[in-house]
Write a protein that binds this ligand. Structure first.
Ligand SMILES: [Zn+2]
Length: 257
């Protein structure tokens, strides 16, 4: 039987009938973070007071180290969804993320739109990233976030077969193109406070990396993270997304699997 917590995070295929699979339904299902039409994904549980800061598209040698210093200054842990091809050339930075107590997840090798990618290549994107992250960091990688939130049933099935839980989000703004940290933090705070009123935790996406540019400027996003940490440090708990996953974590035997 599912616990109330589990049913809060995961919703099964029950939405199929309500949404329908007309063309518009497919676009909704493939891109909208809350959509469960294509199978269960994790967003956030009914745990008001918990915030998961998640950072996508790194590691970024210009900005991830500053972000790690910032998180350490608040003694806060975050989740980093890393691009495999970047992780391959930033191995020390990947290890530094893990040594800081943060959780790393799989964000594909080359950041394609997986809703438009052939199944064989989807598998390759995930598997290759899984291998480089686990070999580099020496920890199991159990979480996956699809680039752009784009997915379809085959993608979720492949992720499951590789032992990955697909994680989406419920708090986001266009931080990748917004130059004002105050506006990024302000919009996300509004979302957090709205979720709180509905009894939900917040799964917040920011970007410390740029999938098009290895050292892309992420000053506003990192600054916004600092504003959120300052605003919520006394009233909320910053968690990594594995805190919302009931599965038991096992250390890796022999470095990778
Ligand atoms: Zn991304």
């Amino acid at each position: 039987m599912l616990s109330p917590l589990t049913t809060g995070i995961y919703t099964g295929l029950g939405a199929v009938g309500a949404v329908g699979l007309a063309w518009g339904g497919c676009a909704y299902a493939a891109l909208w973070p809350g959509s469960q039409v294509f199978g269960p994904t994790m967003t956030a549980p009914r745990k008001p007071g918990e915030l998961a800061l998640t950072f996508d598209d790194g590691p970024n040698p210009a900005w991830t180290p500053r972000l790690l210093d910032l998180l350490a200054s608040y003694d806060a842990r975050a989740t980093f969804f890393l691009i495999g091809s970047r992780a391959k050339v930033e191995t020390r930075l990947v290890r530094r993320i893990v040594e800081g107590g943060h959780l790393i997840g799989n964000h594909t090798w080359s950041h394609p739109n997986l809703a438009l990618t052939a199944a064989g290549r989807v598998r390759e994107e995930l598997k290759r990233t899984q291998e480089i992250l686990e070999q580099t960091a020496g920890v199991p990688v159990r979480f996956f976030r699809p680039p752009f939130g784009a997915r379809r049933p085959a993608v979720l099935k492949i992720a499951r077969e590789l032992g990955l839980t697909t994680v989406l989000w419920n708090a986001m703004t266009s931080d990748w193109k917004e130059p004002s940290a105050a506006r990024i933090a302000g919009r996300i705070s509004q979302t957090i406070d709205g979720l709180e009123r509905r009894g939900l935790a917040a799964n917040i996406v920011l970007h410390d990396g740029n999938h098009l540019e290895r050292r892309g400027n992420r000053g506003p996003s990192v600054d916004a993270a600092g504003r959120l940490l300052a605003r919520y440090k006394d009233s909320h708990r910053f968690v990594t997304v594995d805190a919302w996953e009931p599965a038991v974590r096992q250390p890796l035997a022999g470095g990778s699997h």
